[in-house]
Design a protein around this ligand. Sequence first.
Ligand code: BDP
Length: 723
Amino acid sequence: MRTTANFYTGLFLLLLLSKSILISPLYAEDGYRLWLRYDPLSSEQITKYQPFITQGVVPGRSATMTIVRNELAQGLSGLLGKEVPMSEQVTRDGAIIAGTPDSAPLLQQLSLEDTLRQLGEEGYWLFSTRINNKACTVITANTEVGVLYGVFHFLRLMQTGQTLAALSLSSRPKVQLRILNHWDNLDGSVERGYAGASLWQWHELPTYKDPRYADYARANASIGINGTVLTNVNANALVLTEEYLRKVAALADIFRPYGIKVYLTARFSAPIETGGLATADPLDTAVIAWWKTKADEIYRHIPDFGGFLVKANSEGQPGPQNYNRSHADGANMLADAVASHGGVVMWRAFVYDNNVPDDRAKQAYNEFVPLDGQFRDNVLVQVKNGPIDFQPREPFHPLFGAMPETPLMLELQVTQEYFGQGLHLTYLAPYYKECLQSDTYAKGKGSYVAQVIDGTLHDYPITGMAGVSNIGANRNWTGHPFGQANWFTFGRLAWNPALSAEAIAQEWIQMTFSEEEQVVQLITDLMMMSYEAAVNYRTPLGLHHLMAWHHHYGPGPWIDEGRADWTPVYYHRADSGGIGFDRTTRGSDAVSQYFPEVRQKFNDITTVPENLLLWFHHVDWDHRMQSGRTLWEALCYKYYEGVDTVRQMKEIWHSLEGNIDSQRYEHVKALLEIQLQHAIEWRNACVLYFQTYSQRPIPSGLEKPDKTLDYYKSIERKYLPGS
Ligand code: BDP
């Protein structure tokens, strides 16, 4: 007996010990808490906020209101460094009341209707007022999820040191569907995922529900993301089987109170692979019936299922063209299956074929523009930012503005497939903004991509923005600690595409690292220079698709074997005369897919922006650039500038030592070292390779590559994640 008792006492102590290890500071800054850390603010800040926050009042017992109450309690208590009581009634000045007029009847004494009417399903309103003669702050909305968004906004105000006095602000999303696309496979791997395995533990679901699923939903809700496609666009039909639908339903149940709907990728050949049919022809009655029955089954499990995302007839995926049907035929058949349930179909325009002899950059436009107006009302066509494939710099996709009768949604890549994957610090907001701010001229000057996406340009009935997720099972979610900023940015921009890259960076830094002004400024500078640096050391002046085969991490401009449209030589076309892809009216004529003003600008070598020069023109090595340098010199200088900027980023980071917790400081420091080495590799490999064509010296004053081209060609990277 005694021994047993001792054994259990020992075990208990051990458990206590291991628990205290788990919550010890050693683990505190591992990045798990993302931008929702809620550590105590500075004492000045706390003193300022205290009169405005003396109690939280969050009536209502629904799942969402429980989340709202917990978030508010955790946030307020954390930021103020002492527990803020949560009560049912307003009893003192400084109450924070969160609720809809239904969930919090005490709000009914205020006249909220006029403002609420303008806020839609997801908007919210924060304002200072008096209730029961007490000074209060109200966080309200038409729906409980709107209130949750409002609470996150309120806490963000505190995290970023803004005033809580005389509050009066409202916000509603500009884009309806704000969706993460997970390229997660059912075997737990993630295509182009650099943050560990998939979050979804399919083998444990639906019985075991990892608490992390709720943390994932909470993080997404905090930045307004309201949908998630759980599975890879290179789809597996198995996820549509009963066994998996039960697992999907378990996830949907967890996400629902956070306002997040679940979507799945639909493999077009599923009726054959799992349904036992002989065809997947979208006009075949048995196929139509199969999808209808399948949709009904899905909605039995997941009553608010969002719908399907489809990659068809691209990169080996099956699709309607296997049966000589159009993309509209395929999309409409699926759209009909989910329509009565309120579902949508997001049909990807990322479609190209090496058997089509035309420039790859033109193929999506050629395929889809003739179909404008032929899609069902619940279909969106999902278009990548540029016409090739998330390359570090691309012109905006010519489809934007060219399909007034078809809701187009924007697909951005958050995972850094072409941006150093989990190893490089590259803040992508400037990249996203470049696309959103491009003027399509579809309806004359001022027809920006952002207006296509938010639906205002063409009066789209549905709008959406998708981000290919960079989230994995790594403790810090995104691998690189700064990958979190790109996830954050995607959500913030999908809510409001007008936010500036700089403002989003500042918010994220304050919430993630420090409120110190100096620190915020330095990290903002570092982040803001990182995108251009990434372009410069990889693909300056409009070059694209120079990456190594398969894993897409390092340089491989020399690759000329295999499927032509997957080789860098197809894109850079370097020869002894010059370099660049002639997409002018004399070349592939891709320029003519843009509206006249844009076409003219891109077509003319004197007006095309230099940062897209080699995207649209094949240019002589001695062509004079605006700087007076020759193209060859300018190209070299850009590559060198890229590396120099990474050196500068490193210096900035090093200057922050002592101002950032050591765990994240050291992690980022080490990753910046890797980034510098690989930026040098990109630069040297590309400059040496292009030099074999230009036959010109590297301008004097630039350090000479210390290795040969053969050395760079011999580098083989094995087992990189994500490929
Ligand atoms: C490319 C990726 C590939 C994806 C494809 C897509 O390399 O893994 O399947 O995009 O978007 O960038 O479908």
